[in-house]
Design a protein around this ligand. Structure first.
Ligand code: P6P
Length: 297
């Protein structure tokens, strides 16, 4: 019986980032160091999520965040880990986090040239049920004369220089894309403590009969949304409904399998529930860059 061929052509995230830097002659290494700090924060968060039930980290922290969500203990820990990683790399001037009332300006990084928007643990209401949650991030490059204000972060998603998310499942899955570039997927090898390039140049299948939305909100939907939802349910080959309620998990499945994910604005949330800066814009960059160039099958 043939022995399983061991994969010896291993590209770690560290190697990938260092090689990416060599493609830009003007690169100073700041962006690379920022991404190394990002990967450290994902490894740290993954560690605590994996152990949460063992060290009593489940449940509520007894506080709420800026958007009124009840904070889980892991929300607070994930936020603290992320902030520490962004501060200590010295390449981030200002950080906006879903878990923080105000933008954080790192005064000890006065020459830093990047701003980061993040949702440290998106979908955390699902944590105690063992459902995959994730960290969503977007990176902006600041102008030379930036003061480090939150207004400098309030830019259209098209100005992001990089974005992505890490889904904390059986192993952490990182999806990373840079402006105009491909979407690359990395899987955390827990034994080695390394993110390994496992999904180079991810392209979402053009056609897949899956729709993903919370139909529990349908009584609040506008008429066109109701018509769309009924159209996929009444199609000749009705779509399958897959909805996890953790955006990172729904997004990762949609990127891999195809389909439609939607969280429409409704009468309860006329401006929509998902946050533009650290949920919608980073995801939009991933899905635009991951749009399949293959004609629909
Ligand atoms: P609902 C999690 O709080 C989140 O922002 C996304 O991760 C997820 O897609 C959505 O809310 C789920 O919202 O109302 O369906 O529970």
């Amino acid at each position: 019986m043939a022995t399983e061929k061991i994969n010896t052509e291993i590209v770690t995230l560290t190697r990938f980032l260092n090689e990416e830097q060599t493609k830009h002659k003007e690169a100073t290494g700041d962006f690379t160091l920022l991404c190394h700090a990002l990967q450290f924060s994902f490894k740290s968060i993954a560690y605590y999520i994996r152990r949460a039930s063992l060290i009593n980290l489940g449940g509520l922290a007894g506080s709420s965040n800026t958007t009124g969500d009840d904070q889980k203990k892991l929300d607070v820990i994930g936020n603290d880990l992320f902030i520490a990683a962004m501060r200590s790399c010295g390449r981030v001037k200002v950080l906006v986090s879903e878990e923080e009332e105000e933008a954080i300006v790192f005064s000890d990084n006065p020459n830093a040239r990047y701003a980061v928007a993040c949702d440290p643990i998106d979908g955390s209401s699902n944590l105690d049920a063992g459902v995959s949650v994730g960290t969503i991030f977007g990176i902006f490059k600041l102008p030379e004369d930036a003061k480090g204000t939150k207004e400098e972060l309030l830019k259209p998603g098209t100005e992001l220089v990089a974005a992505g998310f890490t889904m904390y499942g059986a192993s952490a899955q990182l999806v990373l894309t840079m402006r105009g570039g491909p979407v690359n997927g990395f899987t955390m090898d827990n034994a080695l403590g390394e993110f390994i390039l496992t999904h180079p140049n991810m392209q979402m299948p053009k056609k897949r009969a899956i729709y993903s939305c919370n139909e529990g909100n349908s009584k609040y939907w506008e008429e066109p949304v109701l018509e769309w939802c009924n159209s996929v349910k009444q199609a000749d080959k009705p779509y399958s409904l897959r909805y996890i309620g953790s955006m990172v998990a729904d997004a990762y499945r949609t990127l891999l399998y195809g389909g439609i994910f939607a969280y429409p604005a409704d009468k309860k949330s006329p401006k929509g529930k998902l946050r533009i800066l650290y949920e919608c814009a980073p995801m939009a960059m991933v899905f635009e860059n991951g749009e399949s160039t293959v004609r629909a099958c």
